[in-house]
Design a protein around this ligand. Structure first.
Ligand code: AVI
Length: 321
């Protein structure tokens, strides 16, 4: 049973000094790096929603199709009376499919870094499911995160759609899955969306669309730094590039400096050569056996895998046991 104590709003836990230090550490590496979680301010979240609707970005609609086609089987495999915990919930659209299909959901805990997206989805869900306790948690789910509502015997079903697992490098993905497994307890399940390896043109188009929405999304990270970290990047002096790194099996999102320039962040000065890259995001694309190995390293076993006819995307149901 969920206690009233738990039904309160939680504030972001990120300390501004730690966040700034993380940014400066990334920019002192070669190549320079920025943490991809910085994409998701209100504008970045809205741009990401637009990306999800682009023709080139097959991930969202393919995953949704897989979920819709197999939802009864998925719900039966997850079982009744689960506390649904969603990592990176955004607008919680795919969640509604699960909430409609799962038997007697005990509570829904959406976790997201974007406060406005969490609030908006809570309002919508509370109206659509008036008897469902919705307990939003605002925070970075890749850093240590306590879920005080859960006990060792809670029947948790984690939900991590969208192939966001691909934004973590494999060792970090294993650590993340271990943490989720700890949340899930001994009878836990995790439903997770995983993008699959495919031809390079399809992948590159998905991350460099004709309308330039992904470019705006990528450049937005500099606007976030300017606004939230007292930085002064000249956004128009950087350009977006998506690169397929076949050895590592990932798309890399880069920002390339158009000229030799400097940017100030707080009291620090960062120099850029013309053509210098900042890596903003890795998007790993897995083969099924590779992803199964990664799950095993984290202690999860793979119960079921659903995919689409073209084998573009996959949805895995993992078991803690
Ligand atoms: C959130 N994540 C799964 C997206 C992806 O495809 O890796 C983020 C994204 N980056 C560029 N386009 C979409």
């Amino acid at each position: 049973m969920i206690g009233a104590r738990a039904l309160k709003w939680r504030e972001p836990t990120d300390n501004p000094d730690t966040a700034l230090q993380e940014v400066l550490n990334g920019l002192s590496q070669t190549p320079k790096r920025l943490p991809c979680k910085l994409f998701y301010d209100t504008r970045g979240s809205a741009l990401f929603e637009r990306i999800c609707e682009l023709d080139e970005y097959y991930l969202t609609r393919t995953e949704l199709d897989i979920l819709k086609t197999n939802i009864d089987e998925i719900a039966t495999s997850i079982g009744p009376e689960r506390i649904l915990v969603e990592y990176g919930s955004g607008a919680s659209i795919k969640t509604r499919l699960l909430l409609d299909a799962l038997e007697s959901v005990a509570a829904y805990i959406p976790i997201d870094i974007c406060q406005s997206a969490l609030l908006a989805s809570k309002l919508v869900l509370c109206e659509a499911y008036p008897h469902l306790p919705v307990i939003p948690l605002c925070g970075d789910y890749t850093s240590p995160l306590e879920l005080p509502v859960l006990t060792a015997t809670s029947r948790v079903a984690g939900f991590f759609p969208g192939s966001t697992i691909g934004n973590l490098d494999p060792p970090a993905a294993v650590e993340f899955l271990k943490k989720v497994r700890a949340h899930c307890g001994s009878v836990g399940k995790l439903l997770i969306g995983v993008d699959l390896r495919k031809d390079e043109p399809t992948l590159l188009a998905a991350y460099d669309d004709a309308e330039g929405v992904t470019a705006q999304f990528n450049l937005n990270i500099l606007r976030v730094l300017n606004r939230e970290h007292n930085a002064c990047f000249q956004v128009e002096e950087f350009t977006h590039r998506a690169i397929w790194n076949s050895g590592a099996g990932r798309i890399e999102m880069h920002l390339v400096s158009k000229c030799r320039q400097i940017a100030r962040i707080g009291s620090a000065i960062v120099r850029f050569d013309a053509g210098e890259h900042i890596v903003t995001e890795h998007c790993h694309k897995y083969r099924l056996p590779q992803f199964r190995d990664l799950c095993h390293k984290s202690g999860f076993t793979v119960d079921r895998v659903w995919s689409d006819q073209k084998r573009l995307f996959s949805v895995h149901l993992l078991s803690s046991a």
